[in-house]
Design a protein around this ligand. Sequence first.
Ligand SMILES: Nc1ncnc2c1ncn2[C@@H]1O[C@H](COP(=O)(O)OP(=O)(O)OP(=O)(O)O)[C@@H](O)[C@H]1O
Ligand SMILES: [Mg+2]
Length: 332
Amino acid sequence: MIVAPVWLVKARDVGVDAAYLDAPARGQLRTSKNALHGPARGYSKAAVMQSARSAGRALQDEARRSALLSSPAMRTLRATRYVTPLREGGSLPAIVEAEDDGLYVLKFRAAGHGVKALIAELLCGELARVAGLNVPELVQLDVDAALGRNEPDPEIRDLLRASTGLNLGLDYLPGSLSFDPAVGPSPSSGEASAIVWWDAWITNVDRTAKNPNLLWWHHRLWLIDHGSALYFHHAWADAGRQVGSPFEAIVQHVVLPWADDVPGAGDRLARLLTPAAVRDVLEQVPDDWLAGEPGFASPAEHREAYARHLQQRLARREVFEQEAARARASLV
Ligand SMILES: Nc1ncnc2c1ncn2[C@@H]1O[C@H](COP(=O)(O)OP(=O)(O)OP(=O)(O)O)[C@@H](O)[C@H]1O
Ligand SMILES: [Mg+2]
């Protein structure tokens, strides 16, 4: 355990993978988000950081175990300040500050594919965490009409106004670098195979060399931007036909050249994606995002359709695993 009085330290500042921390462990480390306050009297900065690092490692082992068994409840925070738009994103995401003083990448419900993109971000992000992949912490961000009222860009003002209510936020990873296959470093075979398997299961077309949506940060690869995944949810009437889709788009995947054991990764990840884990994550999708979908009488029915589709696709994973192996063979 980290002993007070130390500075207030965030998980990532001590080299702990926050994705693996359960709620109490994250609480211990979070104290005041993004804040490294001045040194406590009598402690040097180096000594405090060293102590925090060893405490972090011990916590990490424990937290990995519990995180693999449960997906901690997502926090809901009020967005307090619009900081700046992230111009490189097609959906006009923005960096905002929230009531905990942390910075988040805000994905707006009124952008692009609307609320379905947020459902995909939340479901895929939290399920990836269950499967042991690195994803920045996701939070629900409450946007009120006053946020960005003074923003000079009318497009951004309109987007903010239309997105009043619950939106999705990703913990902002300061200093992260986009993965570049030509520059490296290269992912390990195990990591690449897991990421390829992941994107084939969730039918994610957005992990190409042009648009990798993988960030290097603190010597790890972090998955972002799942808004275009779960293609089937844009046409529920046809979703059944997509359950066993081989997902040929996998040939474009940015880490496919390193992914030499996709079925092996499937064995590891599929074991963690139990029906109960999938339902737990679905429970975290706000009713408000799920209500009103034609063909479903209630958010609960809508959730059930996601659970059924994902489980059925998992049961037929050989189809997309074989396609990934075939696509890789055509490349290397
Ligand atoms: N959590 C994060 N920490 C740091 N940078 C981030 C984070 N999330 C996104 N970014 C940066 O912002 C860019 C845009 O984000 P993202 O890809 O999620 O938006 P998008 O609108 O869905 O993008 P597109 O559809 O163009 O790929 C990313 O490519 C990355 O450079
Ligand atoms: Mg992107």
